[in-house]
Write a protein that binds this ligand. Structure first.
Ligand code: SF4
Ligand code: SF4
Length: 209
């Protein structure tokens, strides 16, 4: 899947997401909001100028969101998280938002009442996709708006002696034998078992390189 697929899932399939900002004491602050639109430039949502959420957005220009698809059980769901920069685009696309999300007409029925609303775009950042329905699990990282990709997880270096200990501890069977052994990153849980058990410290955290 590419970035547009992930944005479509967040906006159209999930729609209501948990968003975290930082309050005036630098403590986390969360709420559920609706993602109203998406396009190749990002995700669009709105809020009213009187809300604390609006103030936090205007002060920090940054947020994190997490969302999960619905499904009969936890193992059938897919989760997406995105953190990044937002910009206020005023009333741009407000009409389009009300056209696409008809229920908004019940909350803000008149044009006059909508003057309290402003639209924001999440335009730059990094996201994580996590699918528990596959065996092994599937994960992916993606960037929005040209943000640099911050790698996570673990890598196996040339110091690997091919002893095989890490394979026994890997909950997803996502380490291939070889010289050196290799982690299948798209199936890795980032649990750290391989890092903990390697007798020659051949496993390193990805952010170190
Ligand atoms: S435990 Fe360390 S040395 Fe042994 S196979 Fe895994 S990475 Fe290589
Ligand atoms: S971090 Fe966990 S899931 Fe990933 S390769 Fe290591 S042991 Fe396997």
């Amino acid at each position: 899947m590419d970035i547009t697929d992930y944005l479509r899932i967040v906006a159209d399939e999930i729609h209501s997401v948990v968003v975290a900002t930082v309050d005036e004491k630098d403590l986390p602050s969360t709420r559920v909001i609706d993602i109203m639109l998406y396009d190749e430039n990002g995700l669009y949502f709105l809020t009213a100028k009187g809300k604390v959420f609006y103030k936090q957005l205007m002060e920090k220009s940054y947020l994190s969101l997490s969302a999960m698809t619905s499904g009969p059980d936890t193992m059938s769901r897919k989760a997406i998280s995105i953190s990044g920069n937002i910009r206020n685009i005023g009333s741009d696309r407000l009409e389009e938002i009300f056209k696409k999300n008809a229920y908004m007409n019940e909350i803000y029925p008149s044009k006059a009442s909508r003057e309290a609303l402003e639209v924001f775009c999440l335009y730059r950042g990094q996201g994580e996709y996590f699918d528990l329905s596959t065996k092994p699990i599937t994960r992916d990282s993606f960037v929005l708006g040209g943000a640099p990709l911050q790698k996570g997880g673990f890598l196996i270096t040339e110091k690997c002696s091919s002893c095989g200990i890490c394979i026994e501890k890997c909950p997803q069977d996502c380490i291939d034998q070889g010289s050196p052994y290799k982690i299948n990153q798209e199936h890795c849980l980032h649990c750290g078992n391989c890092f903990d058990v390697c007798p020659v410290n051949a496993v390193i955290k990805a952010e170190r390189i």
